[in-house]
Ligand binder design. Sequence first.
Ligand SMILES: NC(=O)c1ccc[n+]([C@@H]2O[C@H](COP(=O)([O-])OP(=O)(O)OC[C@H]3O[C@@H](n4cnc5c(N)ncnc54)[C@H](OP(=O)(O)O)[C@@H]3O)[C@@H](O)[C@H]2O)c1
Length: 398
Amino acid sequence: MQRSFDIVLFGATGYTGELVAEYLHSHAPAGARLAIAGRGAAKLEALRDRLGAAGMGVLLADATEPGSLAELAAATRVVVSTVGPYLLHGEPLVAACAAAGTDYVDLAGEPEFVDLMYLRHHASARDSGARLVHSCGFDSIPYDLGALFTVSRLPAGVPIALQGFGLASGAISGGTLHSAVNAIARFQEAGRISRQRRAIERHAPDGAIAEGRTVRGAGRRPHKEPLAGGWVAPAPTIDPDHVLRSARLDPAYGPDFTYAHYIVTRRLSRTIAAAAGLGVVVTMAQFEPTKRLILRLRPRGSGPSAERRARSFFRVRFVADYGYPDHRGRLITQVRGGDPGYGETAKMLAESAFALAFDSNLPNRGGGQWTPALALGWPLIERLERAGIVFEVVGPTL
Ligand SMILES: NC(=O)c1ccc[n+]([C@@H]2O[C@H](COP(=O)([O-])OP(=O)(O)OC[C@H]3O[C@@H](n4cnc5c(N)ncnc54)[C@H](OP(=O)(O)O)[C@@H]3O)[C@@H](O)[C@H]2O)c1
């Protein structure tokens, strides 16, 4: 089927969308056909002028108008979406891409959204050939691809106990705050949808784990962890869901794989403050008036300044214990880079779109909802390394 564009970015006028548009424009291979899309022609044209991207297409589409999304999906080979909160605005575009056989990437960090899209659109995407790849930003590229990078360096066919420790500094945007608070307000519903997904996926021919293999989540207790450089505590993010799903479907993660996921703070007082802060947000998010109070802290469309972004960084360290009781080994790796939430997220999302549009050596999964590691795998790791994100082995000991 003839398509006018290779990549269309929906949500280009948002805080993150503009960073992604800049990256796509300045790093696309020669001849790539790019377009930006959104609901306001004037804002989109002003962005195109600011970028100096005269050749970039401009498409009008609104998340509330399915017809405009069907036209968008039919006009391109790959759609990138930064229109969030995804639970509020995301589904009609995923549906349009699944129906049109158009590859799709986003920045969703909302587990309920990803599980719902699996339940409602995986089958039609499988039929049309559309690859639906969520969470291609700081959630969850460093974790999902970092886990793949780590297990690829271990002997084949051995049990693996992997721990991931994420340390990050940075400020958040209005869109991220709205998405997180909206997701937190619905955590009970999210748990129900997650169980429904697991029940269906474990019997699906393309979702079932191979006979004899086990893959489980592990850990959860806060503790001091010298290998992580501070205090570690479990965090309610989407990252372990993706790592475990990649492990379930890829035998390279070994016959018995566990993953424990933690965030790191340098001091115990910060861990306690973070846990208390999360508790307050969870409580306030349950009631509309107090939820609105939190959301006022950062309006949609706003985000950290360029100076704040320049001072931000992330480091995700992995500790893999592997082998049978009589032959145990340990490998420590890490993934690191600059501003996790926006600078590096824009890079990760744009490189994921380039991979879908232009790389002929991606894992051969066919259509459907796949994790970043399952859909994009090593070709994306290599792209991100060339773009300055470091994947490295730091030793059997530190
Ligand atoms: N997980 C990660 O690593 C990560 C990192 C960064 C961001 N994110 C996620 O990315 C999303 C965007 O964040 P952000 O801070 O960039 O948000 P934002 O600045 O509020 O941008 C939202 C975008 O959505 C567009 N939009 C809203 N409603 C629309 C509709 N009905 N039709 C078409 N477009 C519509 C807005 O267009 P207008 O300009 O017309 O209003 C804007 O372009 C959030 O869900 C956030 O959580 C995730």
